[in-house]
Design a protein around this ligand. Structure first.
Ligand SMILES: *[C@@H]1O[C@H](CO)[C@@H](O)[C@H](O)[C@H]1NC(C)=O
Ligand SMILES: *[C@@H]1O[C@H](CO)[C@@H](O)[C@H](O)[C@H]1NC(C)=O
Ligand SMILES: *[C@@H]1O[C@H](CO)[C@@H](O)[C@H](O)[C@H]1NC(C)=O
Length: 352
């Protein structure tokens, strides 16, 4: 913007020449509107004197004319000249910051602040100058920086995103991990905070489990009576016809306890003397079922008689840890009946 206001000041043309000829008529100092200036050297002006008006620094002229003349009745000619304050451009909000202003007129101020986690580089306030420019450009809001995260002994941090260099930005987080058998004790999350420091890191403490307990009717892969470290595992198995229920392996957990032990479940004997069973889709005479043994959770059926309808039907039963309950409806035939008339047993006649 140009320095447009300075010049148009005073011009008193032909002032001295008219003094003698226009006797008796003179003008007082003119009464001018706000912010209008004129370079007044004297109290009285002869008729014909012309005054050039201008606006005070920081104000611009609006309408006119910009000069007045003292007429021969001793009055100044009229002017509609107004001086209005200059405007600065509307101030911009800095990236990651806020701008506060009430107005953009000459002499008004604008204030700047930064978002949390950002620091202000530059001015925190600026004024609208007489030439319609702000006294300073908007500041920059730069992100708060932290050093790299503090790392506990036997530990590490996995940042939420890849970082480059040896500083981290406000808001960046990470998850702490410890090298087994050490376990994170404290808050596993860390973060670069608004004051430029990292949150307190957790500790890495060693965790061990007591020697594992043997299981009944089973064995384990390691019987040494030592402490086991976090993440160490041992295997279990069951003797003979026992069936494992649960996980084959237990693991020392970060709590210092083992994961749940499995249990060895006993096989069952089918408790009938004379009759046929249905097992794995086959009908077998119990006398031919050797060894008489089904495993934990196995399902085996025995046959019952529907007396009313004279038909037979299979009743499934399940072996649960050595127990196989023969249903009430099952009737064990007498030896004679079984030997001579086995064809009339519920398993042999028409099925219901
Ligand atoms: C406006 O005025 C200020 C202070 O007098 C000066 O530093 C700046 O250069 C001026 N700007 C223009 C565009 O004239
Ligand atoms: C700018 O900050 C000053 C000093 O804190 C305060 O007096 C003024 O009201 C603020 N102006 C605005 C527009 O917020
Ligand atoms: C960061 O790295 C730069 C160069 O790689 C080095 O000059 C500066 O001292 C380092 N700062 C810290 C805090 O390690």
């Amino acid at each position: 913007m140009a320095r447009e206001l300075v010049p148009l000041l005073l011009f008193q043309s032909a002032l001295l020449a008219s003094v003698s000829s226009q006797q008796g008529t003179a003008c007082d100092r003119p009464n001018l509107g706000p912010n209008i200036v004129v370079d007044l050297l004297q109290r009285y002006f002869q008729s014909g004197a012309e005054l050039f008006l201008s606006c005070r620094q920081g104000y611009s002229p609006l309408s006119g004319p910009s000069s007045i003349v003292c007429n021969n009745r001793g009055e100044w000619t009229k002017t509609n000249l107004k001086c209005i304050p200059k405007r600065c451009p509307y101030p911009d909000e800095p990236p990651n910051g806020y701008v506060f202003y009430e107005d953009n007129l000459y002499q008004s101020t604008t204030n700047y602040t930064c978002h949390q986690g950002y620091v202000l580089h530059g001015v925190s306030s600026a004024e609208c100058l007489h030439n319609g420019t702000w006294s300073a450009p908007p500041p920059e809001c730069k992100s708060v920086q932290c050093d790299l995260a503090p790392i506990p002994r036997f530990g590490m941090i996995v940042y939420d995103k890849i970082i480059s260099g040896n500083t981290t930005e406000y808001g960046l987080g990470g998850t702490y991990k410890c090298i087994p058998p050490y376990v994170v004790t404290g808050n596993a999350r860390g973060e670069c905070t608004a004051d430029g420091t990292w949150t307190e890191p957790p500790e890495c403490r060693p965790v061990t489990c007591p020697p594992p307990q043997p299981i009944r009717n089973g064995y384990m892969s390691d019987t040494s009576q030592r402490e086991f470290a976090f993440t160490e595992a041992i295997k279990y198995g069951c003797n003979g016809d026992y069936t494992i229920d649960g996980s084959l392996e237990i693991v020392c957990q970060d709590t210092g306890e083992w994961s749940p032990q499995p249990v060895c479940m006993a096989p069952c004997t089918v408790g009938i003397q004379r009759g046929r069973i249905l097992y794995n889709g086959r009908k077998i005479w119990i006398a031919d079922f050797t060894p008489n043994r089904v495993y934990h959770r196995d399902i085996v059926s025995v046959y019952c008689m529907n007396e009313a309808r004279k038909c037979g039907y299979a009743v499934p039963i399940q072996c649960i840890n050595g127990k196989l309950k023969i249903p009430e409806c099952y009737e064990e035939p007498g030896k004679l009946h079984y030997d001579l008339r086995s064809g009339s047993l519920p398993s042999e006649i028409k099925q219901c």
